[in-house]
Design a protein around this ligand. Structure first.
Ligand code: ADP
Ligand code: MG
Length: 309
């Protein structure tokens, strides 16, 4: 298998069609690759096709056509090996309320045919910080704990890839933090992570690379850094005591918006200029900076631009 890619998708299509209702093209010629060890984020508005994609990998949705390879296994030829290589945390929480986390993980291990001596139930519970709740009824767990239990369940067979569909939907803000820490520690242990979310800020913080899906089509696929670099330029306004001696040629990508007695406004590309450079230049000119305000673009800008019709 390709050493770097753990997931390769070529011209993947999914059309939902039911008798008497119209066809829905949920995925249109999707092409993407996920690299070993990365955290890959699939972003997109509701109905974009994210869950469809994940459920194709999980085997609960049958693709219309296209090629999917996971961990070197072809989905059509080796569906069982594909399933063994991934752990899926579904969008919907469905846990039997009368099972304890420990029972649930043991049951799941049984389903995967893992021998008692090879099970790692306790260490998985530790990983998702549920060791204290190991023997409580699942129904007594909070929303965040249930999500973490689903992550634990997906890890029972120690897959090299874990896939999380909207992991923080319905999870309290303070509990999201723990969840992300769990995901990170998994990733630090070498697990490749694929997640979907529509919380852009989280994707920005968590993901190495991001694909943006809109109406079944991939409209962007790049490193988070590059995507952020693509957004509208960063704008910085300095309140100063005198006029600044700089022009558009002073630094690469610099554009001076206004240069007056008390106001110096610039825009520039974030990945070309570091604000420190501008500040030092001002200091060299003995200019006092009274105040700085910035207008920082974020992923939402890219997202809105790419997903508006
Ligand atoms: P997302 O997870 O990005 O919100 P989905 O993959 O759930 O998007 O849905 C993509 C499109 O496919 C939507 O238009 C949705 O209504 C449709 N869809 C999803 N599941 C089914 C299904 N089982 N039958 C028919 N249409 C479906
Ligand atoms: Mg979904």
């Amino acid at each position: 298998m390709n050493k770097k890619n753990v997931l390769t998708v070529k011209n993947l299509n999914k059309i939902y069609s039911k008798k008497g209702s119209s066809r829905i093209e949920a995925l249109i010629n999707l092409n993407l690759e996920v690299k070993r060890g990365e955290i890959f984020g699939l972003l997109g508005p509701n109905g974009a096709g994210k869950s469809t994609f994940i459920n194709i990998l999980g085997g609960t949705v049958i693709k219309t056509n296209g090629e999917v390879n996971v961990w070197g296994f072809n989905l059509d030829k080796n569906p069982r090996q594909v399933r063994a290589s991934i752990g899926i945390v579904p969008q919907e929480v469905n846990i039997d309320p009368f099972f304890s986390p420990k029972n649930l993980l043991e049951l799941q291990a049984g389903l995967y045919g893992i021998k008692k001596k090879d099970r790692i139930t306790n260490s998985i519970l530790n990983l998702v910080s549920l060791e204290k709740q190991a023997n409580s009824y699942s129904r007594s767990l909070s929303g965040g704990m249930k999500r973490r239990l689903l992550i634990a369940k997906a890890m029972v067979h120690q897959p090299p890839i874990i896939i999380l569909d909207e992991p923080t939907a319905g999870v309290d803000v303070d509990l999201r933090q723990t969840l992300w820490e769990n995901v990170r520690s998994l990733n630090n242990q070498g697990v490749t992570v694929i997640l979907t979310t529509h919380y852009l800020e989280e994707a920005e913080k968590m993901c190495d690379r991001i694909g943006i899906l809109n109406n079944g089509q991939l409209v962007a696929l790049d490193t988070t850094k590059n995507l952020l670099g693509r957004i509208k330029r960063k704008i910085v306004n300095f309140s100063t005591d005198k006029k600044v001696n700089m022009n558009n040629d002073s630094l690469e990508s610099l554009k001076i918006i206004s240069n007056e007695e008390n106001l110096f406004s610039i825009s520039y590309e974030k990945n070309k200029i570091n604000i420190d450079t501008v500040i030092s230049t001002l200091k060299e000119q003995n200019i006092k900076i009274y105040d700085i305000s910035t207008d920082d673009g974020d992923l939402e800008d890219v997202f809105l631009r790419l997903t508006k019709n």
